[in-house]
Design a protein around this ligand. Structure first.
Ligand SMILES: [Fe+2]
Length: 189
């Protein structure tokens, strides 16, 4: 997982929006998480992602080391449906329970298959999405836009948001900071 962390730092250092949202400290200790799989985690390495050449080394590192990641899917099937539950997964790269320990931020690497609807949901922590590869239509109560590789989107504390992936899978960073860091997102509908 060190290779994923190193490539994540490279992407970070090249992007002022990521740096301004939260900083990654120079040396992070490993939490020695055991690898886990979910129903959908094998899909991550099979997908091809449309991405900028700057993001490709990180995407390659994620695919090459996917079998070392502690993959999660924390929503129940009754909340999000079986298809979403089977084709969405994520792992915490950095954070209190991540592969690398940090107290005040969480950096998740998240995968969604094509044509998935991520229902309206919210959480106390402030959030930034950074799209590594693929694209999706994002919605808040005041805006709707398509984000593609390299784009960012911020959600304020408890701001409800939803998302639909389009004809291709998507890989993204989700960054959390602020209060409610240790909570999960809740479905709003
Ligand atoms: Fe969110």
């Amino acid at each position: 997982m060190y290779q994923v962390l190193e490539q994540a730092k490279v992407v970070w250092e090249a992007n002022s929006e990521l740096i301004n949202f939260c900083q990654i400290e120079g040396s992070l200790r490993s939490n020695n998480l055991r690898p886990t799989t979910t129903i959908g985690s094998s899909l991550v390495t099979k997908a091809n992602y449309h991405a900028s050449k700057e993001n490709m080394p990180l995407i390659r590192a994620i695919k090459n080391h996917a079998n070392e990641a502690s993959w999660l899917q924390t929503y129940s099937t009754s909340e999000v449906g079986e298809d979403f539950s089977n084709r969405h997964c994520y792992f915490e790269l950095i954070g209190p329970k991540g592969h690398f320990y940090a107290e005040k931020i969480r950096v998740f690497i998240c995968y969604w298959g094509e044509h998935l609807n991520y229902k309206w949901h919210s959480h106390e922590a402030e959030e930034m999405y950074y799209i590594l590869g693929g694209k999706a239509r994002f919605r808040t109560k005041t805006m709707k836009k398509i984000l593609k590789a390299g784009d960012t989107q911020i959600h304020k504390s408890w701001e409800s948001h939803s998302m639909d992936t389009l004809e291709e899978p998507m890989l993204a960073f989700i960054l959390w900071r602020g209060n409610g860091l240790n909570q999960l997102a809740k479905i709003d509908e």
